[in-house]
Design a protein around this ligand. Structure first.
Ligand code: UDP
Ligand code: MG
Length: 338
């Protein structure tokens, strides 16, 4: 494809210190992209690598006209790199995958097919996952927790081989939320998501860029970004503990009147009841403050209250009439204003 033809497919790949994978990646990816017979571009985003990655990416771009290279000034993380790729993408179908060949590039046409069939978000479920036992267990836990807390019905949050409509990719890039998790965030905007099974391979070369600490941070992003459940739990626990304290205090007071001070171990139990009450009140107050912080976070994030449906594909009279009516309203409004 020539650079000037408008691409239909944009493949976005974050690349961080993958000098041993870049050449194999391009060698496998480019034939797949060309075989699709659609104008396509491949956006390789170097995430501030300190090894030869950028040099190799630039060499690949010189050899293949469909490759576009972006380079982040320092290591901003995989999700920031993907967002930078979304920002640069010009295609109507945007596909992301990892540079380490864990996601086979050969699966890209199947994702594009789903996007072209009208799905605006294509998730994937890794079949026969080739990661360590520990990573698989951790993923299962994270997937289950996130599904429960966020209410987002995704089977596999972690797989980055995904498809996004242009609208979703651009919305994500424009808002550029920090501390976010793109696969889950995209679901906030999706109208017709679908999940398909894809193959998965072991990392080709090099080591995973995710240490235990980074995985933990990612889980925190996922939790704080999509759910107020932990805060609400604190709040409920506070109410329960405070209620237990009050109940205990009342019982002790009654028993003391009935059986005298010796029964209540000379006031030790009463102290406990008072302690419970105060601890409960503190939890309650923390939960309440958390609720305010959560709501503030919601506003600061600027996630839209609504997302408009794209009507360009609907050429029915009703849609045209709707559009006309909208124009009239607009004209009337501007007349009123003037
Ligand atoms: N990556 C990135 N920036 C980072 C870490 C990773 O762009 O700070 C890229 C990396 O080059 C790869 C993808 O994100 O293309 C996934 O990384 P990795 O394979 O290390 O993650 P894992 O498969 O272990 O989850
Ligand atoms: Mg990997």
């Amino acid at each position: 494809m020539s650079e000037s033809a408008h691409p239909v497919v944009s493949v976005v790949i974050p690349v961080y210190e993958e000098e041993d994978n870049v050449e194999t990646l391009c060698a496998r990816l480019i034939p797949v992209v060309r075989a699709m017979d659609l104008p396509a571009e491949v956006i390789l985003v170097d995430d501030g690598s300190k090894d030869r990655t950028l040099e190799l990416l630039l060499a690949a771009a010189r050899a293949n006209p469909e490759i576009v290279v972006r380079s982040l000034a320092r290591n901003f993380g995989q999700h920031a790199a993907v967002l930078a790729g979304f920002d640069a993408a010009r295609g109507t179908c945007v596909v992301t995958l990892d540079a380490d060949l864990q996601n086979p590039p050969e699966e890209i046409p199947r994702i594009v097919e789903q996007l072209r069939a009208g799905h605006d978000l294509v998730g994937t479920i890794r079949q026969d996952r080739q990661d360590s036992w520990f990573r698989r267990r951790a993923s299962r836990l994270v997937n289950a927790m996130t599904r429960r807390a966020s209410g987002i019905e995704l089977r596999d949050f972690g797989c980055m081989l995904r498809g996004y409509s242009r609208e979703i990719a651009k919305t994500l890039a424009a808002r550029s939320e920090s501390h976010t998790f793109i696969p889950a965030l995209a679901y906030v905007y999706a109208q017709s998501p679908v999940e398909i099974p894809v193959a998965h391979a072991a990392r080709d070369q090099g080591a995973s860029k995710y240490s235990l600490l980074r995985l933990f941070r990612l889980q925190l992003d996922l939790m704080t970004g999509f759910s107020q459940a932990p805060m609400r739990l604190l709040f409920s626990a506070g109410v329960l503990v405070a209620a237990a304290g009050v109940a205990m205090g009342l019982t002790l007071a009654a028993m003391r009147v009935l059986h005298g001070p010796e029964w209540a171990a000379e006031g030790v139990f009463t102290l406990f009841a008072i302690l419970f009450l105060f601890v409960g009140a503190q939890f309650f107050a923390l939960g309440l403050i958390g609720e305010y912080v959560g709501r503030t976070l919601g506003v600061v994030r600027r996630r839209p209250t609504y997302v408009l449906r794209d009507l360009s594909g609907l050429t029915t009279d009703a849609a045209a009439a709707d559009a006309d009516a909208g124009d009239d309203d607009g004209a009337a409004a501007s007349e009123d204003a003037s």
